[in-house]
Structures are given as C-alpha cells and as structure tokens.
Unconditional design. Structure first.
Length: 511
C-alpha cells in the first residue's frame, strides 16, 4: 500500500476518548499479607516495599495496595485478616496479586483459608510467598498448593538452621574484613546469579522478575546471615484438595503439552566466617528465587523467595540497626534503584491475564496521545486494511510501548492477543511450538498484528464518536473482534505466501 493512501489521525478525536478515564474498574489491586508489621522501629516491617508498589506502575496504572495483618497492627488497613473472610478475604474478584510475608512457625491458617488461597490461584491470581531460616513462615505457607513445594518450610524438608554449618549466609563483611550481624544492614548487598535460560525469560534473557529498564539485569539483592531456601519440585504429578475435590497441582500447558514446571530465577552463594552464634561455612549455592508460570496452564503465577530479609526495612533503610542500608542519607544506591524495579516487576509479572487484557485498553488510548504515536501513527482507511497494514501499525505501537514497558510485559500482552485472536488454546499452543520455523508464521508476529488492529479499532471508535455511548463490555467486544479479524487476515496472507513458496520449491525440484 502506498504511504500516500494512509490517513493521518486527528488528535482531537483521540482526545475525546479520554483514555485516562477508560476502564477505571480494572485498577490493579495488590494484597500484602503479613504476621509481622507494616511499620516498626525494629525494622521487621514492610514500609519501603509498600511505598515502592504505591509509587510504581502495573501496566500503566498505579496499583491499589491493601495492607493486611493476620494479628493486631495499627499500621495495617485490615487487622486480624483471614483469607476466607467474606468481606475482605482473598478472592479473585477483589484482588489480583497477593504477597505473603510470614514469620510464624505454628499452624496459622484453617482448611477454609487454604481453600480460598487455592481457589484464588486456580482463577488466575498471582501469589508470592516467603519466610526465613528454619521453619519461619511455615505457619501460613507450608500447606499452600504449589508454594509448599517451591520452598523449604518444614523440618521434613531439611530447612537450613539459623546458626549451624548448614545455615545459608549471604552476608558480605562490608567495609572491613570482619563478619558481623549488622552487615545485613549496610550498603553492600549480595550478588545473585541469574538463570539465563528460563522459559519465562528465554535463552540469554533474565527472568522477567530480574529485568531492568533499558535491557539490563537485576543481580543484587539484600544480604542476610541465615536465609531460607527455595526448591524446584521433582514430582509434578501431585494434587491438592479444593472444595473436597482433587486438583492437579502442576497441570499441563493449555492446548496440550508438558506439565508446566517451576524454574530457578536466581541462585545465591552461601559463605562466610563465624561470629557469635554463627558457624563458619563451606561455600555452596542455593536457590534464592523460584517462579512458576502458571498462566501457561490457565492458573495463576507463583513466586517464592528465600527470605523476607530481601524486603524488610532493617535490610533496606537500616531501621532498627546502626547502619543505613541501601539508602545512605536517605538516597537510594544504584542497587536500591534496581531492587525497587524487582519489586514492581513482581507485581507486574504476577498480574492475571484478564487484568492485563483490561489494562491494555486505557494504555493504548494514552499511547495514541503521546509521542511518538501522536505525531507518527498513520491509519489505512477501513476498506484498504490488510494483514501487512496491521503489522505496520503493530510495530509502531510496540516501539512506542517499549519506552514505557519492559520486554516481558509486551511479550505477555502479545501472547494474550494471540490466544484471544485464535479463540482456541490448542491452535495457540501449536503456533508457539513452531517458534518461527516457517519464517513469518510465529506467535510473536501474530501478536504484533493483533496489537496494531486493536489500536486501529480504538481510532475507528473515536472517529465514529461512538465510544462515549458504549459500556466497557461493548468496547472490549469491539477490540476483541479486531484482534480476531487481524489473526484471520494475517493467516490468510501467510498461507498465500507459503503456497507461492511451495510452488517455487516444486519447480526447483523438477529442474
């Protein structure tokens, strides 16, 4: 199509969309649950973590964060929290992501609460869980499906001790050569060793949780003299009970494929000399962060971490110690800047599919008003739209989004649109399996085309001045239809190219 045929978009039409007011109902909602505190002079609190989430963005929107304590805590939004509570408990219609920072060892949740957690995960909710050394955190976490096998919680799992030769210490000696407990609160964090071959990140890419702005990697987190340990389960045939029924704990990939397994995100090195109450150590590696991409099997994603000392204030800003943590003088060190990115990555990666789909609408609307799309996007008239036009538009939108989103976020959005456009999980899985083996026939390209078609559909609604009279469901239906039509157009165009190629190959064979 000649570029002269393209129609430049009237900015005023897009402004009438008022994209900042679109789909306010899909504001990301994060629940943070603890049996510690959200503010404490001891430093065993999550003030810095919560503040970071509140200042961050989840697919273009600031999340709502609810602080819940299972006991008494005036700094919490909800005290005496119960996961099965009808008013504020863990439910997919109420929260999208749940972070659990647990310290208690004694059983602290009922069967009904475990059912609520399991139902949330089965419905696509994202869950993060961590404790510390020994059985700290087991009270809440040891029986949660998937979580129970992605980290050591019990004596039977051979949890590392607090002071023996089996302890896991990442403490660096700091500014001098002497190992002391307060080294955990200085400006010297530990280095973690990233898995550069994760399924979620892809070969030669760090896992999404450890991706930094600008294409870098996050490879430093706070240190601690006695951490816990994450696991990768070897038996993927286990089940759990939900509402009295047995449920597959590690289901197969949607559309057919192997069971989706958790994977190592990062490893740490345990090392260090003795000091009062702590034995000298032989260096050894252990898993610091593990993740499960349950969305491949239409359930929620899960992350476990070796210790909440990677998050609590005593390690972050030095509260409760004589040090200043990773914020000397109240200023973030470069490592602290990246740590905050890691925390926000957690909220983004754990976000359910349905919430991403909802958040894409206002994000596209705002992107159409920003540079460079505001000045550069050109839209073919409806009768002239072809598969290649969808791709061209999609590439423009993808480049614009890449200045605000990380590669894993864009990849997830494209994957969502491919699955939506195909309306069949088996077809989507088969397309992923091809992995571009037939040139342009790839899930990534299909996603780009669908992204372009959704942007075009939004402009069309603005030109028709119809969006103001439509409810969210009607808008979503139009955008979904655009993605499905785009996949059809792209498939038709690629089939013709492949047919032409086959005819040429037959001619060459017969020479």
């Amino acid at each position: 199509m000649d570029i002269a045929e393209l129609i430049r978009i009237d900015r005023g039409l897009i402004e009438r969309l008022e994209p900042q007011r679109l789909f306010l109902t899909c504001q990301p909602h994060v629940l943070v649950v603890t049996d510690m505190a959200f503010s404490s002079p001891t430093g065993f609190a999550l003030a810095q973590f919560v503040d970071t989430l509140l200042a961050g963005e989840v697919y273009g929107r600031t999340p709502k964060v609810t602080k819940a304590n299972t006991g008494s805590d005036t700094s919490a939004d909800i005290e005496n929290f119960r996961f099965d509570d009808a008013t504020h408990g863990l439910d997919i219609d109420r929260y999208d992501v749940c972070f659990i920072f647990a310290i208690g060892s004694a059983s602290a949740v009922t069967a009904a609460e475990l059912d609520a957690m399991a139902a949330f995960m089965q419905a696509g909710g994202g869950l993060f869980a961590t404790g510390d050394h020994a059985t700290l955190g087991a009270g809440i976490c040891r029986d949660i499906p998937r979580v129970r096998s992605m980290r050591k919680w019990t004596v039977a799992q051979n949890v590392p001790s607090a002071g023996g030769e089996d302890r896991l210490s990442t403490n660096l000696p700091g500014a001098d050569a002497t190992y002391v407990f307060e080294d955990q609160s200085d400006t010297y964090p530990q280095r973690v060793y990233l898995n550069w071959r994760t399924g979620a990140g892809g070969v030669a890419e760090p896992h999404p949780l450890m991706q930094a702005t600008g294409g870098g990697a996050i490879d430093h987190i706070p240190d601690h003299p006695h951490e816990g340990e994450c696991l990768i389960p070897t038996d993927l045939t286990t089940s759990f009970s939900l509402g009295g029924a047995d449920v597959d704990e590690w289901p197969e990939e949607t559309g057919g494929g192997p069971r989706v397994a958790p994977e190592i995100v990062a490893k740490s090195m345990s090392h260090g000399d003795a000091f009062p109450g702590k034995a000298a150590l032989v260096p050894r590696e252990f898993i610091a962060i593990a993740a499960y991409d349950g969305q491949l099997a239409d359930v929620g994603r899960v992350v476990t971490d070796a210790t909440w000392h990677h998050f609590v204030d005593i390690n972050i800003d030095g509260t409760g110690s004589t040090r200043e943590g990773l914020m000397p003088g109240g200023v973030d060190t470069p490592e602290m800047v990246l740590l905050r990115e890691h925390w926000v990555n957690l909220a983004n990666w754990l976000m359910p599919k349905r919430q991403r789909r909802c958040l894409l609408v206002p994000m596209l609307g705002l992107e159409l008003l920003r540079f460079p799309l505001r000045e550069e996007l050109a839209l073919p008239p409806v009768p002239l739209r072809e598969a290649d036009a969808d791709m061209a538009l999609g590439r423009q939108v993808e480049r614009a989004l890449s200045s605000r989103l990380k590669p894993f976020q864009i990849a997830d959005l494209k994957e969502d649109l491919v699955a939506l456009g195909m309306a069949d999980a088996n077809r989507a899985q088969r397309l992923r399996a091809l992995n571009g083996r037939f040139g342009e026939l790839s899930a990534a390209d299909m996603g780009v085309a669908a992204l372009g078609s959704q942007a075009a559909a939004m402009v069309d609604m603005a030109m028709e001045q119809s969006m103001g009279a439509m409810d969210e469901a009607e808008i979503m239906d139009k955008l979904d239809a655009a993605a499905q039509q785009s996949v059809g157009r792209r498939a038709q165009a690629l089939r013709k190219r492949l047919q032409d190629g086959m005819e040429l190959l037959l001619e060459l064979e017969q020479r």
